[in-house]
Design a protein around this ligand. Structure first.
Ligand code: DSN
Length: 435
């Protein structure tokens, strides 16, 4: 265990982290997570607990709630969901019945599993209708309206795991209002950008807002569900319904150490420096997009409005994501293989890679450094993507084994790896933390 902890810290320090849903929390957040609060059981809510000994836990949870309400300007916040999927599940439990119709962005088009994907609880227990993005990468609002009028969903989701454009909250809210549906905005990816005013807030438009706390918000793993004034106007019981859905509906005792760490992260997000950080995330993402496109790398939607980019690898063939992810891993550059809209391959062997700038912006990298990273990415893509293609038959795993052996000896990857290690020495991380 000691060796693995040490090695993982070293990996985080020395590499370039481009997974757009990851970040580096402050030492204060790490400290809060590592407290003895993990010992406590506190089923219920502040002042309404089932176990004794919760007065200090109440103070902690109330601090987190008050900070969330102030930061996002909402009348109600629940900070107990263990993570994003349980938070979204609680939304279904609060406003839908088993079998109700829901509308969400199709997973291969960038949507999230919990927005109705067929193998997820949301697609199994509910009648899920997917909407799509257009060829330009923007949500197809006309299709959403057509589907909404035809199927009359109880709940419409707005949010994504791979979407590069500003979410059309206002347009979706008009559609939801037209048919009397709830609109839930899942802002997991963009919560920090909303706070930093580099993305429109969903609060005036949605009834419910969910977010994880560990992406652009730069907190611990966890999630929050917020009910807006618009939500309370539609259903004055909505806040209680959400709270009851989380506990006792779905969860037991909240993770109090996580709640404390969320409260710490929210206090950090209230500082003016956080706005500078959020703005820099977007500047870096735009600079990275420009630099990649200058290197003839194709991007879905030809750029980005937020923190995220999706590289389309189909010019080299289908199903190339796995090769690029693994080759870059060896060069200490981390991103993830990802489906692209209308992917000609499968979710496990998709044709794109997803990347973003929240974590490298936390490390202190700026626009100038995006050019260097884009050149490394282009070098490895051009070296690897044309050379390897997954066989269609059952020999995929054997092909991947051979691929791994070959890239371990690849001179271009080795050279980029050395350059990355030396470059990242300029951006210290967690000085003072040692295992
Ligand atoms: N796994 C998250 C992401 O990477 O976007 C979504 O749940």
């Amino acid at each position: 265990m000691h060796a693995a902890l040490k090695n993982e810290l070293q990996r985080q320090r020395q590499g370039i982290e481009l997974i757009p849903s990851e970040n580096f929390v402050s030492a204060a957040v790490v400290e809060a997570l590592g407290t003895t609060l993990t010992n406590k059981y506190s089923e219920g809510y502040p002042k309404k607990r089932h176990y004794g000994g919760n007065h200090f836990i109440d103070e902690i949870e109330l601090l987190a709630i008050e900070r969330a309400k102030k930061l996002f300007v909402v009348p109600h916040a629940n900070v107990q969901p263990y993570s994003g999927s349980p938070a979204n599940m609680a939304v279904y439990f609060a406003v839908c019945n088993h079998g109700d119709t829901v509308l969400g962005l199709n997973l291969p088009d960038g949507g999230h599993l919990t927005h109705g994907w067929k193998v997820n609880f949301s697609g199994v227990f509910f009648k899920s209708i997917p909407y799509h993005v257009k060829a330009d990468g923007y949500i197809n609002i006309e299709e959403v309206r057509k589907l909404a009028l035809e199927y009359k969903p109880k709940l419409i989701w707005c949010g994504a795991s791979a979407y590069m454009r500003e979410f059309p909250f206002e347009e979706l809210s008009k559609i939801a209002d037209e048919i009397g549906a709830y609109l839930a905005a899942d802002i997991a990816h963009i919560a920090g950008l909303v706070i930093g005013n580099v993305h429109k807030s969903p609060v005036p438009f949605a009834h419910i807002v969910t977010t994880t706390t560990h992406k652009t918000l730069r907190g611990p793993r966890g999630a929050m569900i917020m009910v807006t004034q618009k939500g309370l106007d539609k259903d004055p019981q909505l806040a209680e319904k959400v709270d009851r859905a989380v506990f006792p509906g779905l969860q037991g005792g909240p993770h109090d150490h996580q709640t404390a760490a969320i409260a710490v992260a929210l206090a950090e997000a209230m500082k003016p420096e956080f706005t500078d950080y959020a703005q820099q995330i977007v500047k870096n993402a735009k600079a990275l997009a420009e630099a990649l496109m200058k290197n003839d790398i194709k991007l879905i939607s030809n750029g980005t409005d937020n923190h995220m980019l999706l590289i389309d690898l189909t010019p080299y063939g289908k199903g190339k994501g796995v090769f690029i992810q693994e080759a870059l891993d060896l060069a200490h550059i981390t991103l993830n293989k990802n489906t692209i809209p209308a992917d000609p391959s499968s979710p496990f062997y998709p044709s794109g890679v997803r990347l973003g700038t929240p974590a490298i912006t936390s490390r202190g990298l700026k626009e100038k450094e995006m050019q260097i990273i884009a050149d490394w990415l282009a070098k490895i893509i051009n070296e690897i993507a044309p050379r390897y293609s997954l066989p269609e038959d059952k020999t995929k795993l054997q092909y991947l084994d051979n691929f791994r052996k070959e890239i371990a000896e690849n001179q271009i990857i080795k050279q980029v790896a050395e350059e990355v290690l030396s470059f990242m020495k300029n951006y210290p991380l967690y000085d003072g933390i040692e295992y």
